[in-house]
Design a protein around this ligand. Structure first.
Ligand code: SF4
Length: 361
């Protein structure tokens, strides 16, 4: 088995954005130190493993202090084996980036920042319950550049109820003009456990969303980005190594509360209760809450579903023959195409990929 990707979940957030349904902890900043110590304990169970990327996701990892990040990076170096220069990403919110933090991150070897901008329209930032304005996002981006970061992802969200074509176009053009190397696109969805769900927020119809998606992809493709996955766009050579690892069905290690991991055959997930996680990991106990052993045919199906998300597609020779008739019908209907031995999703197919995936299983 080759090296894994390493994901570290940092659950802390200042407030809960109205669309968010992630495993997060609001108002728990005082627990950061014990959480970091619990993470270090969990890492010890993986001692000696080889890794190829490191990703701090959240939550808001940039809410950790320099001392916390120092402890974690030292523990990663002590417990895992990895070559110099691997991709090390930290997710950050604009309000938690300042010059000292940015310089510290650069000096400690972080080489990719994923900045949660979401929109450069202050009205929509307020609608989403974000804690920053457009100008704060631009400032954070400039500070990161001045600190020497040459690989920055910006998150862009769209499909807000009532969002006009002009508003979307303005937002996409403004965010792509910032000059980042990577853009991740998020469609606003109403997830259970989110505040939007609690207030029964309604979204615009699917036809409008499909038009917005195609418009966004067209603007980004024309602005020097290349789409390499349904929701991800990069300048040449800046595709996310960490995320591609997930989509290629390779193993990953997940550390922290609610984190998921995959061994190549088994998927596991940790307790999603912060208190429980800190207590168990603090004692050196297992923090795993569930485990699922995947059959070979389940693994193949996952490879196909993830592969169809990426522009490169999946080798036709891994597609089981009993699925051929269904897939050939979708090729005839223009949702998929077969090219040089690879099955790929067309622009039309991307609009209904979730639906195709669920029908394929
Ligand atoms: S969207 Fe991000 S910043 Fe907002 S609450 Fe969720 S994890 Fe925290």
């Amino acid at each position: 088995m080759g090296p894994s990707s390493l994901y570290i979940h940092i659950p802390f957030c200042i407030r809960k954005c109205l669309f968010c349904s992630f495993v997060i902890a609001v108002g728990q900043e005082h627990r950061r130190e014990e959480y970091v110590n619990a993470l270090v304990n969990e890492m010890k169970g993986h001692e000696g493993k080889r890794i190829k990327t490191i990703y701090f996701g959240g939550g808001t990892p940039s809410m950790l202090d320099e001392s916390h990040l120092d402890v974690l990076m030292k523990a990663i170096r002590n417990n895992f084996t990895f070559p110099n220069g691997i991709e090390i990403t930290l997710e950050a919110n604009p309000e938690s980036i300042n010059r000292a933090k940015a310089e510290f991150l650069k000096a400690r070897g972080f080489n990719r920042i994923s900045l949660g901008v979401q929109s450069l329209n202050d009205r929509y930032l307020k609608f989403l319950g974000r804690g920053h304005s457009a100008s704060m996002a631009r400032d954070a981006y400039r500070i990161l550049r001045e600190a020497g970061f040459t690989n920055i992802n910006l998150d862009l969200m769209y499909a807000f109820a009532g969002q006009t074509k002009e508003e979307l176009e303005q937002d996409v053009r403004a965010i792509s003009a910032m000059g980042s190397e990577h853009l991740s696109l998020y469609t606003l969805t109403i997830e259970p456990n989110s505040r939007f769900h609690a207030v029964q927020m309604k979204l615009d119809d699917d036809e409008k969303l499909a038009g917005q998606y195609l418009l966004t992809a067209r603007i980004l493709n024309g602005a020097g980005f290349k789409q390499y996955e349904v929701s991800n766009f990069a300048k040449p050579g800046f595709e996310s190594v960490h995320n591609r690892n997930y989509w290629q069905g390779n193993p990953y290690i997940g550390l922290g509360v609610g984190a998921h991991g995959f061994s190549g055959q088994r998927r596991y997930w940790n307790t999603s209760n912060l208190q429980d996680y800190i207590k168990r990991a603090g004692r050196g106990d297992l923090v795993m809450e569930g485990l699922e052993e995947l059959t070979n045919s389940q693994l193949t199906m996952e490879k196909i579903l993830f592969g169809l998300r990426m522009n490169e597609g999946v080798p036709w020779n891994i597609v089981p023959s009993f699925k051929h008739a269904k897939i050939r019908a979708w090729i005839r209907d223009g949702f998929l195409l077969l090219e040089d031995g690879y099955l790929k999703t067309t622009d039309r197919g991307r609009l209904v990929l979730d639906e195709l995936s669920s029908r394929l299983i």
